[in-house]
Design a protein around this ligand. Structure first.
Ligand SMILES: *[C@@H]1O[C@H](CO)[C@@H](O)[C@H](O)[C@H]1NC(C)=O
Ligand SMILES: *[C@@H]1O[C@H](CO)[C@@H](O)[C@H](O)[C@H]1NC(C)=O
Ligand SMILES: *[C@@H]1O[C@H](CO)[C@@H](O)[C@H](O)[C@H]1NC(C)=O
Ligand SMILES: *[C@@H]1O[C@H](CO)[C@@H](O)[C@H](O)[C@H]1NC(C)=O
Length: 549
């Protein structure tokens, strides 16, 4: 009997193949699956909209190897770009990969594609696009089809004729036709879960009235051709601005499918990060992002940060300072996102053969990760902290440290308080008196002095147990040892890179050269399941022996 059961179970496991994703919908600000459980989009962008109109990298690695590397880096989704004319101009759609590359003089690339991906090289371009989507599906990766531009080529500038409805290459009727065609083409493809209607609206013609007029038309057309997909709308000014939605909603005939997307780079604000004080810049730009887009979450719409990223060599100060700030806010808001970008290099970009992409997670030859410490840092954001159906766990607070992507970990008997996985955090309550109490106990975080380890204590009403969020960034957790002391101490990470200590608060004044990032923490909401099985010793430690150890 049990042997039979085992056999049944085994054959079930063999037959069972997780479906890449059934249709998604929205429940207030959350994207959810058919059972109502949150699905967090943790995507990476993959470019297929340049002159050759083929997904990048197929001259470097076999398609399936690329899909597998996307999975191994923890992404569950790809925002896959396409140029409008690929869908609307049959002369382009039926051009084979080989013909497209030879017409651009990309002879070496085509020889390499022949070698790495022989099955793709003589497919018509639109079929090659489909083959990539299908392979992503076979690897359980969701796909968002992103109409990135009309005329194939690098995007985006104010004057490239692709920026707004009515521009030289942006005929609204043709655009609606192209969206309809792509939506229909993928109406039986379960892993295509969303469509970004148009990337980065911009340029001198942009205006709010036409935005509503055409985006509503495009959304209706997509939904009519494929009612399964999420309909994702970009804002104005390179998708930096959705503020107009604060007083006028989009009118659609359908519900529970609408998502807004936002792009946020360091260079969205010029050189502000490098030339200002990081605390001030983080504070003011975060407020601006909340005014221009973040408010949508409170209005009950999902917000998808569909492009953000940095030069992963770590040499760009503007990018480096921005990253800690955006990761803090993205963790707190627990938004859906798509990193820019997957490709380590391009066949041909802006006239340059084989251009390297330093924002790409893959190396130039697409065979390894460009910067594994960068990936580690964003990895905790790849799973949801909150949302419907995730767990029965009572929501709690965690202290997230954007500089490492780690959280203040659950305190154990043997170790001082330290950074660790956000999946095994010290679950806290942040009380009205501003103490950080270990959930379900009476003990709380307490400062012991400059350079000293942070401990647990049981007297939570004294000054050393009150933690205020200070500085312009509101990311410093500050305390005072005694009520009368004038000096503040801030939560910090020791030079070992993991032990939680308190040190003099850094960079509170308007200093452009000072880097506060190690002292940046965000108190964020989480309902990830927490391990509850404390040993008796741990229990005693947590509840009785707090002051001895
Ligand atoms: C590229 O290949 C085409 C077709 O095989 C050939 O006619 C052309 O001369 C080649 N160009 C170069 C630069 O090798
Ligand atoms: C899918 O779209 C095609 C056109 O591309 C259409 O013929 C077909 O009826 C659609 N199927 C569904 C299930 O909507
Ligand atoms: C990865 O990023 C870190 C932090 O920005 C940087 O210090 C390091 O040099 C980078 N590594 C590589 C291989 O580029
Ligand atoms: C703190 O200051 C108050 C007056 O501001 C004084 O009454 C009290 O004695 C001081 N306490 C300590 C411990 O110095």
């Amino acid at each position: 009997m049990s042997g039979l059961l085992l056999l049944l179970a085994a054959s079930f496991l063999l037959l069972w193949k997780p479906t890449a994703a059934a249709a998604l919908s929205t429940n207030s600000r959350w994207i959810v699956d058919e059972s109502g459980r949150r699905v967090k989009l943790a995507c990476v962008n993959w470019v297929s909209h340049l002159e050759d109109m083929l997904a990048e990298g197929l001259s470097k690695q076999p398609l399936d190897a690329i899909s597998q590397s996307i999975v191994s880096m923890g992404f569950n989704c790809v925002r896959f770009t396409w140029p409008l004319y690929l869908a609307t101009d049959d002369n382009l759609a039926t051009l084979t990969v080989r013909q497209s590359f030879l017409s651009l003089g990309l002879n070496e690339s085509i020889a390499a594609i022949q070698l790495k991906n022989p099955a793709l090289v003589d497919l018509p371009l639109l079929q090659a696009y489909k083959a990539v989507v299908r392979n992503l599906g076979d690897n359980n990766i969701m796909v968002i089809l992103d109409n990135h531009i009309s005329k194939p080529g690098w995007c985006c500038s104010n004057s490239d004729g692709n920026g707004f409805f009515g521009d030289k290459y942006f005929d609204p009727d043709l655009w609606v036709n192209g969206l309809t065609k792509m939506a229909g083409l993928f109406n039986d493809t379960a892993n295509v879960v969303g469509m970004s209607l148009r990337n980065e609206l911009r340029g001198p013609k942009q205006n709010v009235n036409d935005w509503y007029k055409y985006m509503q038309r495009g959304a209706e057309a997509v939904h009519a051709a494929n009612p399964n997909v999420l309909v994702i709308l970009s804002g104005l000014s390179f998708d930096n601005d959705l503020s107009f939605l604060s007083n006028k909603q989009v009118q659609l005939s359908f519900s529970a499918k609408l998502v807004f997307e936002l792009h946020w780079y360091a260079f969205s604000n010029g050189n502000a990060w490098a030339s200002g004080s990081p605390n001030q810049v983080c504070g003011s730009i975060s407020s601006s992002v909340m005014r221009k887009a973040g408010f949508l979450l409170k209005q009950g719409w999902p917000l998808f940060i569909s492009e953000f990223g940095i030069d992963q060599r770590g040499t760009n100060t503007n990018d480096n300072r921005y990253l800690g700030c955006i990761l803090g806010l993205a963790a707190e808001l627990d938004v859906d996102w798509a990193l820019w970008t997957l490709q380590g290099s391009y066949y041909l970009r802006q006239g340059v053969l084989g251009m390297e992409e330093f924002y790409g997670v893959l190396s130039y030859d697409w065979c390894k990760q460009r910067n594994s410490s960068f990936l580690k840092r964003i990895s905790t954001l790849q799973s949801p902290f909150q949302g419907p159906g995730l767990s029965d766990t009572q929501p709690y607070k965690v202290l997230f440290h954007p500089a490492t992507g780690l959280c203040v970990a659950k305190k154990s008997l043997l170790e001082p308080l330290h950074l660790g996985s956000c999946d095994e955090p010290e679950a806290l309550d942040y009380t009205e008196q501003h103490s950080l109490v270990s959930q379900g106990t009476l003990i709380c975080l307490k400062a012991a002095g400059e350079g000293e380890k942070v401990k647990f204590g049981v007297f939570c009403s004294d000054s050393a147990s009150q933690w205020e969020l200070i500085s312009d960034s509101k990311m410093h957790l500050s305390t005072k040892l005694t009520a009368n002391s004038s000096a503040s101490l801030c939560l910090d990470v020791d030079s070992d890179g993991r032990t939680i200590v308190t040190n003099t608060c850094r960079c509170l004044s308007n200093d452009r050269t000072c880097d506060p990032e190690n002292q940046w923490f965000r108190i964020i909401d989480s309902s990830r399941p927490v391990a509850s099985k404390n040993s008796i010793m741990e229990w005693l430690f947590r509840n009785l022996w707090w002051n001895v150890l």
